[in-house]
Design a protein around this ligand. Structure first.
Ligand code: SAM
Ligand code: SF4
Length: 359
């Protein structure tokens, strides 16, 4: 099948790979650098209840065409095929995944999928926490297994400025509900930003500990819709550890595997902090992740400018869909580069903002 471009509003689309599809249903997804892929990030929507400055513009965002958004049945079929090929974790993200009105059914259907070894897949979600209090019990009942909640600041005025919405209380409510649930490990994410929240790093870690959660700081990445990222202003892993190291003794935790966050024990444990240092300490060598955008584009990297288009397969009236999805998964994995090139002067920021890729 040849690749067919999909409209993503007025924004320039990413390059579409036109791949020769070789299907090998059931074989593991191993790239040309020997990395076995086990994790599929599924973006459910590019819409969001917040407008975080590092992710979305305040106004005038070019939304994905509604007709291009994958349906529940389409997501399930892609996920089933991926699980048969060895994907063991699905992380639901966006945009804000809790804005999907069918979110509970999506979790229920995906959680029922089993891998080739008969074991059920893991369902995780990254959310801004708004609506979580209301839906968490049903999500857990449907099979949600893990939760990451984003919170960049504990101060209402800052939250409002940073997200352009006055919703801190809703997020705090969502975190309290998650803390009261059985979902563990519970993780809280914050993008560390100079002169925005870099004086709150210790407060955020203490807040996480109070909620039986682990705080993880993310280096800001060049994925904002406004393309305003500035390397010289980003807060680095070294700076984060320097600040935390003045409050706690930090001991590195070994055995990270394919996880994006490196971890440090605080004063010998049991509490720990994580840092996702995609810019200053990339972890591409162990990357086991693929991404599916809400409009059916497979991506092999957050920073890739090439997409593998599943939409024509999903919308075709005839054809062996699972075999073709499998072929597209393999083409996407085959095209994966050894690492991203953020630190290369020729680095080209993807056309999509983070909300349309899925973080
Ligand atoms: N709306 C949900 C949320 O905020 O958790 C899920 C989607 S959001 C895109 C996923 C994660 O990406 C969040 O933790 C967010 O902080 C992070 N993120 C977004 N833009 C980023 C950027 N430019 N650099 C680093 N992290 C970013
Ligand atoms: Fe929305 Fe998450 Fe992006 Fe913030 S980071 S605008 S909550 S998608």
């Amino acid at each position: 099948m040849s690749a067919i471009p999909v409209s993503i509003g007025r924004r320039m689309p990413e390059a579409r790979a036109s791949a020769t599809l070789e299907a090998h249903p059931g074989a593991p997804l191993i790239d040309t650098h020997g990395r076995v892929h086990r994790d599929l990030r599924i973006s459910l929507t590019d819409r969001c209840s917040l407008r975080c400055t590092y992710c979305m513009p305040e106004q005038g965002n070019e939304w994905l065409a509604k007709t291009s958004i994958l349906t529940l049945d389409e997501i399930e079929l892609i996920a089933r095929t991926a699980a048969a090929d060895g994907i063991t974790t699905f992380r639901l993200t966006g945009g804000e995944p809790l804005l999907r009105t069918d979110i509970v059914e999506i979790v229920r259907r995906l959680a029922a999928i089993k891998g080739p070894d008969g074991r059920p897949v893991q369902i995780a979600m990254t959310t801004n926490g708004i609506r979580l209090r209301e839906v968490l019990p049903v999500l857990v009942d449907a099979g949600l297994g893990r939760l990451n909640i984003s919170i960049d600041t504990l101060r209402r005025d800052r939250f409002h400025e940073l997200t352009r919405r006055d919703r801190l209380d809703d997020v705090l409510d969502g975190i309290a509900a998650a803390a009261a649930s059985d979902l563990r490990p519970l993780k809280l994410n914050a993008v560390a930003m100079r002169d925005v929240n870099d004086d709150e790093l210790v407060d955020l870690v203490e807040f996480a500990i109070e909620h039986d959660a682990q705080m993880r700081f993310i280096e800001q990445m060049p994925l904002d819709a406004g393309h305003t990222w500035d390397r010289s202003r980003m807060v680095t892993q070294d700076e984060i550890l320097g600040t935390l190291g003045r409050r706690w003794e930090l001991t590195p935790v070994a055995g990270r595997g394919g996880a994006p966050a490196a971890q440090w024990l605080l004063d010998g444990g049991p509490h720990a902090v994580g840092v996702i240092a995609s810019v200053t300490a990339p972890f591409c060598g162990d990357c086991d992740r693929l991404r599916l955008t809400a409009d059916g584009q497979l991506r092999n990297c957050l920073f890739s400018t090439t997409e593998y288009d599943l939409l024509p397969i999903m919308r075709a009236t005839a054809g062996e869909r699972e075999r073709e999805i499998d072929g597209m998964l393999r083409a996407c994995v085959r095209g994966k580069l050894p690492g991203h090139a953020i630190n290369d002067p020729a680095f080209l920021q993807p056309a999509r903002g983070m909300n349309a890729i899925g973080g």
